[in-house]
Ligand binder design. Structure first.
Ligand code: 0O2
Length: 218
């Protein structure tokens, strides 16, 4: 490979990553508008915090290899859908679904995949609502649709997932059985806490049930 070919590839990879960053920013803006509208006009903020990231080149390469995806831009675009990621941490489970409904009801958003790990938690107890959303990004060359993985979860789910992630990393995936059991029990306790906090919140703020929602199909 010549130096100029290597430079061309580097530039193409940078353009590729920029598309995901732009898509991520579009989603971040939509969420921050919803948050501000709720705060100013409904005196209620359903969002605790929002974190975003574009996957690092190393983890893209690792996932491409692990999934056996052809290492060209078109295949990666098609098969790796979590290059742009936004994590929305909400106060309560009802807010998770409210935010999901309000975001996915927007006309320019296409819902590609939804994985509801709250309704059906993973075996280890992991809970969150995942959605691959496509959002248009308007480049100088025209519009493109960019997939963004949005994870919606409560503070309790986030607390659990971040500890589980650290433990998983520390043991390089080979977590001792007693810790796995403890983590699963902790996930159930976190879910129970979510239920209790939501009931308390409802009792204290009954009128908030009337906050905007989108009619659900299911
Ligand atoms: P990061 O750094 O958060 O991006 P895969 O991505 O191949 O593992 P899939 O089916 O594409 O699997 O995605 P899935 O199951 O919808 O979830 C992937 C992401 O959800 C993970 O991203 C985590 O962020 C989160 N997640 C899923 N399961 C767990 C879990 O058991 N524990 C924790 N802590 N997080 C989980 P990445 O790529 O692993 O990491």
């Amino acid at each position: 490979q010549t130096l100029s070919e290597a430079r061309e590839l580097r530039d193409e990879f940078q353009r590729f990553l920029h598309e995901y960053e732009f898509g991520m920013r579009e989603i971040e803006t939509k969420i921050s508008i919803l948050r501000d509208e709720f705060t100013h006009h409904h005196s209620y903020n359903p969002i605790e915090h929002v974190k975003s990231r574009v996957k690092s080149p190393d983890s893209i390469v690792e996932k491409v290899a692990r999934r056996g995806v052809e290492p060209d831009f078109a295949s990666i675009r098609q098969h790796i859908t979590d290059i742009a990621g936004v994590r929305v941490t909400c106060s309560f489970v009802a807010d998770v679904y409210r935010l999901f409904d309000l975001l996915t009801a927007q006309d320019d958003i296409t819902v590609r995949i939804v994985k509801d790990y709250i309704a059906t938690p993973k075996a280890n107890g992991y809970r969150s609502l995942h959605a691959i959303l496509e959002v248009p990004v308007f480049l100088s060359s025209g519009p493109i649709m960019v997939p963004v993985e949005v994870q919606f979860r409560t503070i309790a789910m986030d607390f659990w997932a971040s500890l589980e992630h650290k433990i998983h990393y520390k043991f390089q995936g080979q977590v001792p059985a007693h810790l796995v059991d403890d983590l699963t029990a902790a996930a159930d306790a976190a879910s129970e806490l979510d239920g209790r906090m939501e009931r308390l919140h409802h009792e204290a703020h009954a009128p908030l049930a009337a906050l905007p929602t989108v009619p659900r199909d299911v």
